[in-house]
Write a protein of this length. Structure first.
Length: 267
């Protein structure tokens, strides 16, 4: 969710190193094989240089044993028993010449730095680290220009399952029976964790910082409240254009004249 920057400041993040065999299928989709599991490799336009470097290396030397810096991507589905889908977004390609202060030099194979809200989510049995968008003035202004669907995609949190036995801080679990005041809130945690391909989750390794109740500032999608009873929906406008209906002349029907003769009516 965030670049490998401003590391001295507390921030939401999920970045790490994976290693495996890279392949390209007939539709030019890229995959990485790890421990007999195949994962999609995703790319974004602003990481074009990393993509070109990886594709050139695969072309010249083959796809065996590539070390990549990535963001983890997890897609969860309704129903706690449904398996989530894991993919990775390419950040960089480690060709052995990475700077000492880079993620490639700092992290071991399959090691990730994860920082976010520690909680259970409805669609996953394993507690997750929820990684949100870090707040910046530039991002705040940017999302104001986005259409609602693009804004929702941009601000969507990433929920990363983490196995952490005897956790220092218990994961937050929402209880509908409690009031907002009694509910409490998730702790913000920052950890090193290893990706476990056999289980498609992360395993706790060590704390980077102590858990805290105060997370860094983040961007959040505001939910639109449904209109209250008797209130018109937002799309309703009092200043609707007046539409003049065309006038239609009704046909004139002459009623028959009735003559009265005595007590009888004669038409």
């Amino acid at each position: 969710m965030s670049d490998h920057e401003n590391e001295n400041q507390q921030q939401f993040q999920a970045i790490g190193v994976i290693r495996g065999d890279v392949s390209i299928d007939d539709e030019s989709k890229v995959f990485i094989q790890m421990d007999n599991n195949s994962y999609s490799l995703l790319f974004t336009p602003h990481r074009k240089q990393a993509y070109k470097a990886l594709m050139l290396d695969v072309k010249n030397h083959g796809g065996k044993d590539k070390r990549l810096i990535v963001y983890p991507k997890f897609i969860h589905f309704p129903g706690r028993d449904k398996e989530h889908i894991v993919s990775f977004q390419l950040v960089g390609f480690d060709n052995g010449a990475s700077p000492e202060n880079s993620a490639a030099a700092e992290l071991k194979d399959f090691e990730f730095k994860l920082a976010g809200l520690w909680q259970f989510i409805p669609v996953c049995r394993t507690p997750c680290i929820s990684v949100l968008r870090n707040y910046t003035e530039q991002r705040s202004e940017h999302i104001k220009q986005l259409e609602p669907d693009k804004k929702a995609r941009f601000l969507k949190a990433s929920h990363l399952p983490l196995l952490w036995k005897d956790a220092t801080a218990p994961p937050f679990r929402f209880n509908p029976k409690l009031s907002k005041e009694e509910q409490g809130k998730p702790m913000f945690i920052s950890v090193k964790a290893k990706f476990l391909p056999k289980r498609n989750v992360f395993g706790f390794d060590s704390l980077i910082e102590l858990p805290t109740e105060e997370p860094p500032r983040f961007l959040k999608l505001k939910r639109q409240q449904p209109p209250s009873r008797g209130q018109k929906p937002p799309s309703y406008s009092k200043n609707k254009p007046k539409i003049d209906k065309p006038k239609v002349d009704k046909p004139k029907i002459d009623k028959p004249k009735i003559k009265k003769e005595g007590n009888k009516d004669v038409a």
